[in-house]
Design a protein around this ligand. Sequence first.
Ligand code: DAS
Length: 326
Amino acid sequence: MSGPHLHVLATGGTIAGRGGSPTRRDYRPGQIGIDEFLARIEPLALGARLTGGQVANIGSEDISYAVWARLHASASAALDDPAVDGLIITHGTDTAEETALLLDRTLPTSKPIVLVGAMRAADAVGSDGWRNFANAVQVARDPAAAGRGVLVVMGDLVHAARDVRKAITSGTGAFRSFPRGPVAAVTPTSLEWFADPWRVGAGALYPFPAAMPEVALIHCCAGLDGRIVALHRAAGAQGFVVAGFGEGTMPEPLRTALREAAAAGLPVVRATRVDEGLVDRAPDDDGDGFIAARALGPAKARILLQVLIAAGLRDPAVIQQALEAR
Ligand code: DAS
């Protein structure tokens, strides 16, 4: 097939899922290997030459540092290959936002990088995976997709890694972007960008971690006290992200325990358990030594904090600045 050469790295997920019944949810993720997947895509004649590699074949709920390390190494090798014009990663939807952000911050973005999944298995009634993949090819084959970090293509929309999240448990419109919204609309035969690239020619923002530091994510609930902080510190936590109430508030006993952790040099990021909304710096943050998550939700704030700590960046002011980067 003619057209740009796109390399596809498969990790599993529902997009490669197959099961017992086309109507029930009794499928197993990661049942279709990359060779079979590409053979099924070939007849669609998507205007790109596709090669593939199998990094893993798992449900993304089981994603691990080991899989991430293999994926990053394979992605780096593909992006370094002058014969490769763009990269597509097939992935489960449950942790797509975390993988996307991790790669977004640790890979160069001089070529298109697109992560794609599916909400329904390949053999399910109304399967969305083949369309999502055809859309992913439409995006990855466009040179204008470069300079935008890692993009996530789901449900005829293109999302930036920083803003995207799985917002609904089921249905093909499950992915949303906050606060900026999607960056493009896509179909297997059309692509409409809504804005210019924002990271043109940039190399990787940070090195890929040699190991992922323990960062605890504390989900606030009424009456939570500070004991959980001591438990995590005893277990080796190197930093904390709090999914707080509202604009990142938390019960006073928890604040006290986290203030002590910050004073001991453990970065503390205030995020929110609320589905949407920015967490800006609060007047007490300077005194508490806390960092505001801004537009990042708790799960992605944790990934970024792990990358930063692994890079030796623990200063709250430096971390706050890193949370502003798109
Ligand atoms: N099987 C889950 C996963 O791999 C869900 C999915 O892929 O949609 O994330």
